[in-house]
Ligand binder design. Sequence first.
Ligand code: SPD
Length: 276
Amino acid sequence: MELWVTEYQTPAIGFSCKSTETLRVEQTPFQHLSVINTEQFGKMLLLDGMVMTTEKDEFVYHEMISLVACNSHPQPENVLIIGGGDGGTLREVVRHPAVKNGTLVEIDERVVQASRDFFPSLACAFEDTKSQVLIEDGIKYVKEHKNCYDIVIVDSTDPVGPAVELFSKSFYENVFEVLKDDGMLVVQSDSPYYHPNVVQMAYNGIAGIFPLTKLYLANIPTYPSGLWSFTIGSKKYDPEKLMHEYDDGCRYYTRNLHRAAFNLPALVSKIIANGE
Ligand code: SPD
């Protein structure tokens, strides 16, 4: 019998994968977690029925959420990751030569454990000497720390369940405070095709606080519509301008793609200009 797993990306669109094996299904204290094996993308982690990462295309998201900021900040020494419990973003951050410390604050220990159990190529980051992994509420963490990070990366789920507040103005205000005077914030800001309202919410929330806000794009096959956005809020440096040219071993990110990713299709420019 064939087993197909579907993520309902909107009430009218589903993304289905043929599954060869169910590896884990559990309700954690925070969300529904599953790990399956798929014919097309290898192992896949889902939270609340949404695809978080897969073995075959994880590199796109993790390189793009990490390296754009790390290469555009002159001294990205201390980097804080909120969420990202699978470890993929941490892996990209700590391999950057200018980074001295990568701190991961993940609320759900079961996500970290699932990664340790099924995604060794992501979980390898947990053992890096530059890494620190804290099982804590990232929202509380940023309220309690001030002026200590060069970059904050919010590697959240989409704004449902525990991630809703990670898209709020008050959270962005606290992130502004946790950053040093020349710091940068990067968030994953959803699909311009399917969730333009989320793109706007993240962009406007950040632009209301940070002096410089820019959006960039990447193509991620397993995320809704394939076209995915990231938003950067910067206190000082222009995220389009390269201060480092580190792209060793990358499979998606290149220094040329860095610049290209900020060249937006007209429909996306219109969304962030609050058009329809
Ligand atoms: N639509 C899914 C967006 C998920 C973004 N975060 C994924 C976590 C991967 N480290």
